[in-house]
Design a protein around this ligand. Structure first.
Ligand SMILES: Nc1ncnc2c1ncn2[C@@H]1O[C@H](COP(=O)(O)OP(=O)(O)OP(=O)(O)O)[C@@H](O)[C@H]1O
Length: 251
């Protein structure tokens, strides 16, 4: 299977601290991969390295065969990596529709249709993508509402919709279940499964072990910046190094 995302011997140091230490892994087109690890394991740092929010200290990141490390986040987004954030980045005083349109505008800015047909075609493309993304997350009937009026759970879906409006080849979800109750988490699991079944490649960083183990095809485990496991959920659950890393910590 050809890798869509390749992470090769990636490290990131903050002063004397090695937050991500020589990590290699990959995500194939169509995969649903989880990234877990105890607090401070380096999960968010690794995501930020992939998305260009943090520079690498060493190693390389390739997407669809091309090196993307060193590129600014907007170039990486345009290359086809859409992400959500652990701390929601929703604009409360904008409508739901406008919040989602931003995702499409970001990637369609200098696209071929924009260059060829000008502003109107671009506006139509943005609008079509925004509506489709809102339909996909079940928020189309809230399109005109201010984002501030959505519930916390709905705002999480709004952020996913914004990433989907980019038509990403890889969707990276950073702790989507954080702050959701059990019912909401089950709905989220169904939603991510559906997205994946429809062909979206997903990488998921998540503390909720049940969610990760129930939906992911493969799970990468970090501890103190190092990769300690990279296997299907059943194998990870019984892996001695993983059990030791989680022993005495909240899984
Ligand atoms: N900008 C930064 N400057 C200094 N240290 C940092 C920075 N970002 C992260 N770290 C440190 O790097 C280590 C890994 O942090 P990171 O947030 O990536 O872990 P995590 O696995 O995402 O943790 P959590 O599950 O708690 O979100 C931690 O020790 C953290 O304090």
């Amino acid at each position: 299977m050809t890798a869509l995302l390749e992470i090769r011997a990636v490290s990131r140091r903050f002063g004397g601290l090695v937050a991500v230490d020589d990590v290699s892994t990959s995500v194939a087109e169509g995969e649903l991969v989880g990234l877990i690890g105890p607090n401070g394991a380096g999960k968010t740092t690794l995501f930020n390295l992939i998305c260009g929010f943090t520079p690498l200290s060493s190693g390389e990141v390739r997407f669809a065969g091309t090196r993307i490390d060193g590129l600014p986040p907007w170039r990486i987004a345009r290359a086809g990596i859409g992400r959500t954030f652990q701390n929601l980045r929703v604009f409360p005083n904008m409508t739901v529709f406008d919040n989602v349109s931003i995702g499409a505008i970001g990637v369609l800015g200098t696209s071929a249709p924009a260059a060829l047909f000008g502003g109107r075609a671009r506006a139509r493309a943005v609008s079509e993508r925004a509506w489709a993304a809102l339909e996909a997350v079940g928020l189309a009937d809230q399109a005109g509402a201010l984002a501030a009026n959505l519930s916390y759970g709905q705002r999480k879906y709004l952020e996913i919709a914004r990433a989907l409006a980019m038509h990403p080849r890889l969707l990276i979800l950073d702790e989507p279940a954080a702050g959701l109750n059990d019912n909401e988490t089950r709905s989220l699991a169904d939603f991510i499964r559906r997205l994946h079944a429809e062909g979206t490649t997903v990488m998921l960083v998540e503390h909720d072990m049940t969610l990760v183990m129930s939906i992911c095809q493969r799970v990468v485990v970090l501890a103190s910046g190092r990769k300690i496991a990279d296997a299907p959920p059943a194998a990870v659950k019984s892996d001695a190094a993983v059990l030791e890393a989680y022993l005495g910590t909240e899984a």
